[in-house]
Ligand binder design. Structure first.
Ligand code: XIL
Length: 313
């Protein structure tokens, strides 16, 4: 962002909260087992605070974007110490400065076929399922005021996988809260398919209620709309994408415990979907509120309308 001043200006004008896309992940933060490299994330924090934006931390514990040394240097006798030292040092470095931390990310994986529904590698394999509790407890000690979030993907759909993930999440969350594990919010990543069915369905709304009833907040942490199967025609495609934003946001914002909405990027100029889910017709993807020329799209209007219609919280 440093080199693109138009984009940086747009960001400063439009956003109230920023999340570093990669800069707080181990791959960048931890070049070696003994070192921490905060420079890139610190630059973003300074930018955010200069423009009075809040900053979210993403993410302390994840199975992806790990440095290569993890594979060769981490084993069951040192994993716990390495993980907790990371959480303690990184949360401590930013203590008092962040709005929230994604303490764990994508830890549920029904496909791994464990009875508890948890992802089996790498942290569970070397530490045991208690690594999640330990990470939350260590983060809470290092910064008692930051909101601690359990961030997950694929909770939003109506497919089998989403149903299974929601069931596991509710069960584990209830059990962890009973033991006073300091989980204060659930992050719904919300990478949503452009051909999704309606979110305004009783099952999904009940899931949001159940989380709220436990006194836990909800954040929409990484929203974008994947549009692989949508028409090539730009107007038709934008209408479809904006329609999904509208349907999803109006549904989730009806729940008062949804306290933040973030998209995964601001402009189609910079979106992970260009490489992660490119269109088969090879035309550029358009999943975000500003197009690649930094002009607002129908999605921008849909988000603005959803915010206008939401009750104050
Ligand atoms: C993505 C980034 O956007 C990419 O730049 C990177 O190459 C891979 O990770 N869920 C997450 C995010 O929690 O961290 C991912 O970010 C997107 C999916």
């Amino acid at each position: 962002m440093g080199g693109d001043t138009d984009f940086a200006q747009l960001f400063a004008r439009e956003c109230g909260i920023m999340v570093p896309e990669n800069e707080l992940k181990w791959r960048i933060l931890r070049p070696t087992q003994d070192s921490f490299s905060f420079a890139q994330a610190d630059w973003l924090l300074n930018f955010a605070s200069r423009y009075r934006m809040q900053l979210r931390g993403h993410t302390l514990v994840w199975h992806q974007q790990l440095p290569d040394w993890i594979r060769t240097q981490v084993n069951s006798s040192n994993a716990r110490q390495i993980l907790l030292n990371h959480v303690n040092t990184v949360v401590g470095h930013y203590a008092g400065k962040l709005q929230s931390w994604d303490v764990v990310n994508e830890v549920i994986e029904p496909a791994d076929r464990r009875p508890d529904g948890l992802r089996s590698k790498p942290w569970l394999e070397s530490i045991g399922p208690e690594y999640i509790d330990l990470a939350f407890q260590t983060a809470a000690q290092a910064d008692p005021n930051v909101l601690l979030v359990w961030n997950e993907n694929h909770l939003e759909g109506s497919d089998e996988r989403a149903l299974a993930k929601r069931e596991v999440l509710i069960k584990l969350l209830r059990e962890k809260l009973r033991r006073n594990i300091p989980i204060q919010a659930i992050g719904l990543q919300s990478h949503i398919s452009g051909t999704s069915p309606s979110f305004n369905n009783p099952e999904f709304i009940r899931f949001l209620h159940t989380i709220s009833d436990m006194g836990v907040k909800i954040l929409i942490t990484e929203m974008d709309v994947t549009e692989v199967d949508l028409p090539t025609n730009i107007d038709a495609r934008d209408q479809a994408v904006a329609g999904v934003y509208s349907d999803y946001l109006s549904t989730v914002l009806r729940e008062k415990s949804v306290i933040a909405v973030l998209t995964w990027g601001l402009s189609d100029r910079y979106t992970w979907l260009s490489s992660y889910l490119p269109r088969t017709d090879k035309t550029p993807v358009r999943p975000l509120p500003f197009d690649s020329n930094l002009n607002p799209t129908a999605t921008y209007a849909a988000i603005a309308r959803a915010f206008d219609q939401a009750s104050v919280r």
